[in-house]
Ligand binder design. Structure first.
Ligand code: F1X
Length: 403
């Protein structure tokens, strides 16, 4: 990142009572623990561990990883800073780090990392499946049949916006998003580089020159009702020859309640193939593309790292460098992309993503304080809208691109 004056914007911490990050640590995390405790008939050992984590959230400190943790995991967390943060309050370390580590500890508590009968059991799966099976998902899938009447350009735009607004479907967010429907007077889309994004992926018939195959890296966010429109977008881009290959990055383990794992991709895919109509055709296309390797699923350990992407390892950097464009979905990926800092909102998106090894796009609904790339007029309109929580309520969204 260039050494601009804003490069030193303060890192967000959760130590200010009344702030959004403080509320996540003090209220959302305990609510997540309670929800997990109700999801499965965990035994006394898991319940004791959940209670201990609950107590730790209130006034405990970050602890070293347990002695029986997988050695590779211990190595990773050592590289990700646990030596520096162990012994400190959850509220006194970077918020991004504290939140990410919370999910690692939660999985420990329920025996996810094993050995034992709960090994590999996703504590969020019941909530994810309930969402995938909801009647609203049927309605959204049925609406796809109506897209045939549109031009290709309109269809692409509709599916891009479906993927963007699908990011509101975040189960962790819903635990604390009361009153999120109030949008005040400001525009819903606070930045819209959608045309630039699509210009990076022209349809096959419009491609000029001897360009190689177009590869999309899509860094997914939530499962269920966000992942379904993400998959539909990938399927459409393949069908139109806008992309030849797609790599779908998911989480290697359950994270931030509803973040998508490989198992969630398979659940969503089966939901599509079973749906019939246009949705079923998308499902069949994706199934075939996975089978012949045009679509691959990647679960890189760094996808669950408590760090910004500016610190990504060389192998991931090389993958993103090789993509025609990398699209990062959601709020957390945005925080990790631009840095989880209190940027002045007009800080150019291109400056804070200059380190990224190739063209990069963010599709995100606003669910935390971080924001960059606004015009001064948009910032003023948002501040004047009377909507005090425009940064965090999930009612606004953005498409930002650095080509
Ligand atoms: O990445 P997502 O699913 O869009 O949002 C994740 C999120 O709900 O979690 C964090 C608070 O826990 C915030 O970054 C954001 O509000």
């Amino acid at each position: 990142m260039p050494d601009t004056p804003t490069a030193s914007a303060p890192v967000i911490r959760g130590d200010e009572p009344g702030s959004f990050p403080h509320g996540v640590l003090a209220e959302r995390h305990p609510a997540v623990i309670r929800q997990v405790g109700e999801s499965f008939p965990y035994g006394p050992e898991q319940r004791r561990a959940l209670d201990a984590l609950l107590a730790s959230c209130a006034d405990g400190v970050i602890e070293p990883l347990p002695a029986d943790a997988d050695p590779r995991d211990r190595e990773r967390w050592a590289a990700w800073g646990i030596g520096e943060y162990a012994g400190r309050s959850w509220y006194d370390v970077p918020w991004l780090w504290a939140e990410s580590h919370f999910y690692r500890r939660l999985l420990d508590a329920v025996g996810y990392f094993g050995p034992g009968p709960w090994q590999g059991v996703d504590p969020f799966r019941p909530a994810k499946l309930a969402e995938l099976d909801a009647p609203e998902t049927d309605e959204e899938l049925a609406a796809l049949d109506g897209l045939d009447a549109l031009t290709e350009r309109e269809r692409t735009g509709a599916l891009l916006h479906g993927s963007l607004w699908g990011n509101r479907a975040d189960l962790g967010f819903r635990l604390s998003a009361g009153g999120a429907d109030d949008r005040g007077g400001a525009a819903a889309l606070v930045a819209d580089d959608g045309d630039t994004l699509l210009s990076l992926l022209p349809p096959a018939r419009d491609r000029t020159g001897a360009r190689g195959p177009a590869t999309l890296c899509l860094v997914a966010d939530n499962a269920g009702r966000e992942l379904v429109p993400d998959l539909l977008l990938v399927s459409h881009l393949l069908a139109e020859g806008r992309v030849d290959r797609a790599v779908l990055h998911v989480k290697p383990y359950p994270y931030y309640v509803s973040d998508a794992t490989t198992a969630d991709v398979l659940d969503a895919l089966r939901r599509l193939t079973a749906a019939g109509g246009a949705a079923g055709a998308h499902g069949d296309r994706l199934w075939a593309a996975l089978t012949d390797g045009r679509v691959t699923v990647r679960a890189h350990p760094f996808s669950c790292a408590p760090l910004p992407y500016s610190e990504m390892p060389a192998d991931l950097r090389a993958e993103f460098a090789a993509a025609t464009v990398t699209v990062l979905k959601g709020d957390l990926n945005y925080r990790r992309l631009v840095g989880d800092r209190r940027w002045p909102p007009t800080t150019p998106f291109a400056d804070v993503t200059a380190y990224f090894p190739g063209p990069v796009a963010a599709l995100r609904t606003l669910k935390s304080d971080v924001i960059t790339g606004l015009t001064a007029e948009t910032e003023e309109a948002l501040e004047a809208s009377g909507e005090g929580r425009w940064r965090t309520s999930g009612t606004h969204a953005l498409i930002q691109v650095r080509a």
